[in-house]
Design a protein around this ligand. Structure first.
Ligand code: AMP
Ligand code: ZN
Length: 276
């Protein structure tokens, strides 16, 4: 068995995922989530796919095409969430409206990826709950997780990493679908090589809106860092997360506006979309 496949299997057994559980794979059209679906299927897990069509022009068209091709090849059911139909506008319009409102109210600037990330997470949890799934699987990899931990430290909020891991921790609520990250311990370059070796249908293009995030700066900073050191960052996270979780145990509330799980009285998506 390939080294990547072995690590993938080990991660799933470490977090005790049963092959009978229903897993919805959040498919972006990119390499990471594509490899997650491919390997979950290969190892006999019960999976379906879910794609959010963000309507970001040609880029989204290409992502949708790749996701459809993958689900057809793997013979798995695919759900497509059309953001224009469901929310009234594509991501570019929603994002610009939010940013303009922030500017008009002289609030601090909010980056493209931050807005998109909050909205995607909200959609995923709500829609996947409706599909009665046990887990949402995403394509987050070792590089993503090392970046996130570093970002949280640089921003002075390491407690934001307390729940991260190959499976979400400290969050148990009937409205919250646990998220699993089977590529948590696998480096991005290895995933890219694997997807190419297996000739998987992947859109290798970057999102045209991912221009200015803090994550991009941290990614550049970590670019030349060897995999071993990225693994060390994650090991440190695991070592300290038991300690930092103590300041982060707060039961989830439900958003006053939309009823979705939230840390505050109003969830981040509703705050952004100006329903407060
Ligand atoms: P990102 O936040 O774009 O780095 O994506 C992280 C993970 O979120 C991906 O690996 C996917 O599992 C999921 N994801 C991102 N974009 C989409 C999308 N448009 N539809 C479904 N899942 C997505
Ligand atoms: Zn809300």
């Amino acid at each position: 068995m390939d080294k990547l496949e072995r690590k993938f299997k080990q991660t799933l057994s470490r977090i005790k995922i049963n092959t009978k559980s229903k897993i919805i794979v959040a498919l972006s059209g990119g390499k990471d989530s594509c490899v997650v679906a491919y390997l979950l299927k290969k190892f006999g897990y019960n999976i379906e796919g879910f794609h959010i069509d963000l309507k970001i022009g040609k880029y989204s068209e290409e992502c949708l095409k790749k996701v459809q091709e993958l689900c057809c090849d793997l013979d798995i059911k695919l759900y497509v969430y059309d953001i224009k139909k469901e929310m009234g506008s594509g991501m570019c319009y929603l994002r610009t409206a939010i940013q303009d409102k922030h500017k008009a109210e002289k609030r601090s600037e909010i980056k493209n990826c931050a807005i998109c990330g909050v909205i995607k997470k909200w959609i995923l949890n709500k829609a996947v709950r409706g599909l009665k799934a046990d887990y949402i699987a995403t394509g987050h990899n070792l590089d993503d997780e090392a970046q996130t931990f570093l970002i949280n430290i640089l921003k002075g909020s390491p407690e934001l990493s307390a729940n991260s891991g190959a499976i979400t921790k400290n969050l148990s609520d009937k409205k919250f679908i646990p998220r699993i990250k089977p590529l948590f311990y696998i480096a991005e370059k290895d995933i890219k090589n694997y997807s190419k070796k297996k000739k998987l249908p992947v859109n290798y293009e970057k999102c045209p809106c991912a221009l200015d995030s803090y994550r991009i700066q941290v990614r550049k900073f970590l670019e030349k860092t060897p995999t071993k050191q990225k693994e060390n960052i994650i090991k440190n996270l695991e070592r300290v997360s038991n300690k930092i979780k103590k300041i982060n145990i707060s039961s989830l509330k439900y958003c006053d506006k939309c009823g979705e799980p939230s840390r505050g009285n109003v969830c981040r998506k509703c705050v952004l979309m100006g329903k407060v």
